[in-house]
Design a protein around this ligand. Sequence first.
Ligand code: ZN
Length: 230
Amino acid sequence: MESKTYYMILGVSSTASPGGIKAAYRDLARRLHPDVAGEQATRAFQEISEAYAVLSDAQRRRDYNDKLKRASDGEIVAVRRVEAEPLVREPTTLLGNPERIRPSFEAMYERFLRNFTGIGVPKSEQPEALNFDVLLTPEEAARGCVVPVGVPVFTRCPQCAGSGQDWVFPCVCCRQQGMIENEKVVRIRVPPMVPSGSSYEIPLRGLGIHNFFLRIHVFVESQPGWGGKE
Ligand SMILES: [Zn+2]
């Protein structure tokens, strides 16, 4: 038997109600999420996710309680420890999957571009969510996985310094846009055993984007909730 039980991991008593377990998990998940607490919290985050996956399911919780009981009775119980590396998915891109972005990218283009035009984003502008749906296979969902998402970023055209004009001619380098589009990849780590419909918010400030954050919605194949197509 492991020294720490799932109850200890979540900091609840073994008689805690489902509501109490959920509240404890949510609180820990907020604080230990790798996007908040950094990579070093990944292991702890996986532990609480694993503990919650078992204790939030009435049948699995009963089985687990039986196991704990047998262990305390002296019976040796082998506990499977999941140490598999997370799967890394094929990179996907925002612009390559317009049907999975809400609201549409076009609707937010001006706002998005403001981050890169050199004109400051107004202080009063609150960050908005760029919602992106991701469909996981059951295996990816069970083991946890890394989802690389390409985010468009823009840089001022070096040829025309953003004017779109190269002397008297239209700038061919940026096709008169003044900006050149690139793509930066953000890697989102989805912990094991996430329920379909979970969402994660990822700041994009590291890419120079201050008025948006990425919110990915994770769906699991053959579980309800997926509205898009893949
Ligand atoms: Zn140019």
